[in-house]
Design a binder for this molecule. Structure first.
Ligand code: DOR
Ligand code: ZN
Length: 421
């Protein structure tokens, strides 16, 4: 089967993409070569072309919390959001701290797309049960297919254990992703500590708790000369430390999420529990610092931290609601607003959502070179859509954007040359 996508806009230029046997044959200036008879032609009509993105931080909830999301629904949300691969965190039930759970997740992904679909790369727990007491069997997890190691959802309070996990993971050529938070400073908190938390009378989490662990991790990475990856960076203090670490030559990499670039803690006043996430939305000054960090490369990649929760779990007082936003369906529409603002370019989105993630976690990446897998999607920047349970593919619609109109949506997605939707 051969396929030709015509008139697609790639990094500003109009191109035709020729696909053969699931691989890129060629990408050329639009209109310069006529497709052979028998080739399926798809006219992109000037829509934006991107290589399939990689989301290195999602919660697929299966096994154990299928009422929030399962592997199949999470992957539907992924492909409709432009993602051809996701890395899923270990806070399932049971926790992904042994080969059996890793294999279960991989099998669920194969079942969801028997003809071939998005890649699922499990992330193994750093400690047994995510309890922070005893190291998980990292070699077994790596062998079973875990591409990274993380206690995400929980902080690593024990620095000695963090050190051992970094050392063992490095031997297995796996990077540790750290959820940075000081448990004693975060206990009993439901939002950022600041003017808004004071005004609405909610116990807040100071950003120094995040920064303390970022500093500890950078110092450990420096001392051990080993890599560490900082999850969901939300504040200026963390950014400043990462910038310092990088300047010093420490092997530290970092991610942030669309919401930390677009929202601040005042969102809690309007959206209540749907704006509750961990780390919490911070202040406008933090948002500005994060944007600067994305621009200068201090932040290496974007991730969604897709954290679906059922509607009934968020319909409660703020202090009882779980943390997290659904993200896969919305991520590209949200981050494309940064392009529309002139703050980023399409090439930056490709770097932040695809090339850098692949580089950091040593995953395959599609560069539209001849022979690359034909994994790409079209994005209609002008499409308008209402965020609601009916329009998104995730089982959960827990986002401050619920009920709002967003601009721009993925309109078609091909994986290995096959149209997935
Ligand atoms: O908001 C969050 N939700 N932050 C986390 O670290 C965990 C996640 C979840 O699993 O719901
Ligand atoms: Zn986390």
């Amino acid at each position: 089967m051969t396929l030709c996508i015509t008139n697609a806009r790639y990094l500003g230029a109009l191109v035709d993409v020729f696909v053969k046997g699931g691989l890129i044959e060629n990408m050329i200036q639009a209109g310069h070569h006529k497709a052979d008879a028998g080739t399926e032609v798809f006219d992109a009509q000037g829509q934006v072309l991107f290589p399939s993105f990689i989301d290195c931080h999602v919660h697929l909830r299966e096994p154990g919390y299928e009422y929030k999301e399962d592997v199949a629904s999470g992957l539907q949300a992924a492909v409709h959001g432009g993602f051809g691969a996701v890395m899923c965190m270990a806070n399932t039930k049971p926790v992904n701290d042994c080969a059996a759970v890793t294999e279960y997740i991989l099998q669920a992904a194969r079942k969801a797309f028997p003809q071939g679909g998005p890649h699922v790369y499990p992330v193994g727990a750093a400690t047994v049960g995510l309890l922070g007491q005893e190291m998980a069997p990292l070699a077994e997890l790596a062998q079973a297919g875990c591409v990274a190691i993380s206690n995400d959802g929980h902080s690593m309070e024990n620095s000695e254990l963090m050190r051992r996990v970094m050392e063992y993971a490095a031997d297995l050529k796996r990077i540790v992703i750290d959820h940075c938070e000081d448990a004693s400073l975060a206990r009993g908190t439901h939002m950022n500590e600041g003017i808004t938390s004071g005004m609405i009378g909610v116990k807040g989490q100071p950003d120094v708790g995040e920064a303390l662990h970022v500093a500890r991790d950078i110092l450990l990475a420096d001392y051990l000369d080993l890599p560490v990856h900082i999850a969901h960076v939300s504040c200026k203090r963390a950014v400043d430390l990462i910038r310092w670490g990088k300047a010093r030559g420490v092997k530290v990499t970092a991610e942030t999420c669309p919401h930390y670039l677009l929202l601040d803690d005042s969102a809690l006043e309007n959206y209540g529990t749907n704006a509750k996430v961990n780390p919490p939305l911070r202040t406008p000054a933090d948002v500005a610092a994060l944007r600067e960090a994305v621009k200068d490369g201090t932040i290496d990649i974007f991730v969604t931290d897709h954290a679906p929760h059922a509607a009934h779990e968020k319909e409660c007082p703020l202090d009882e609601a779980p943390n997290g936003f659904t993200g896969l369906d919305l991520a590209l529409s949200l981050t494309y607003t940064l392009v529309r603002e002139g703050f980023l370019q399409e090439a930056d989105l490709e770097r932040l959502w695809s090339r850098k993630p692949a580089e950091i976690f040593d995953l395959p990446v599609n560069m539209f070179a001849p022979g690359d897998p034909a994994n790409f999607f079209l994005f209609d920047p002008e499409a308008r859509w209402l965020v609601s349970p009916e329009t998104i593919y995730s089982k959960s619609c827990n986002t401050p954007y619920a009920g709002q109109e967003l601009r721009g949506r993925v309109s078609a997605h091909w994986l290995e040359g096959k149209r997935i939707f």
